[in-house]
Design a protein around this ligand. Sequence first.
Ligand code: AMP
Length: 288
Amino acid sequence: MKTVRTVRDLRAALSTQRSAGASVALVPTMGALHDGHLELARRARAENDVVVMSVFVNPAQFDDPADLAAYPREEAADAELAVGVGVDLLFAPPAEEVYPPGFSAWVQLDGPIVLSLEGAQRGVGHFRGVTTVVTKLLGMAAPHRAYFGAKDAQQARVVRALVADLNIDTEIVTVPTVREPDGLAMSSRNRRLDPAERARAVGLFAALRRAQQMTSGGERRAEVILVEAGRILAEHRIAPEYLALVDADTFLPAGTVGARSALLLVAAQIGDTRLIDNVRLEAPPSVR
Ligand code: AMP
């Protein structure tokens, strides 16, 4: 595996294989890799000839300077993990390579998919930072496919809207959430939890799993599902920033779980660490 730090070196490293017709995959990450990231890379490895992983802590998507400063950075360990899953090229640019002085080409979507939930909590700058850096990374690597995690469901939806609206010729692949054995969604932020916080954090998935059990048992009413999921969060002393059932396509509130797929999403601060998670809810065919 080769590590490159400039767009010029990235393009040079890809050019021979690209002109020989090789398919190129991009796995964008902010580093501090865990098995969730590696699952994206494994999937990319299985489906493409060349796998590029980017490791870039994107300052533009952080609403909170303290969160940006505290974000874990572990490039040497990341490189070893990336080699292990067959990444060919690690693209780890410095901030000035991505945002040189005078940078002003912000890419910003509009509508409920960017304004609701994460957009409302973290401010419009968050998804503007995401869509700007993803547009740039797709421009830099020009991948055939790019891989995103279902753990950041709203981000994955936003990226799909971005490539559709801007006619970017990259297929977006969403990979299911990888969880710890007790259900906690893997996240680079989990390592900031102390043991007591780590124990409370299982309440996030416990609440979501209960909602899945209710819908597979035939419950369709959003208000009933939300009350029960909220009760399980409270049992774990979690006061959510949001707990919401939305249409998976529009991100508008869903009143019922029906044939159209719905997402139940939660965000909460556990101590000083902000965590998010979600599950898809579908009514069983018999009650649709
Ligand atoms: P991040 O480094 O947090 O920006 O995440 C980089 C990519 O990995 C994003 O597409 C995330 O959705 C994805 N990802 C993060 N955690 C997980 C997980 N537990 N399972 C699957 N994908 C994940």
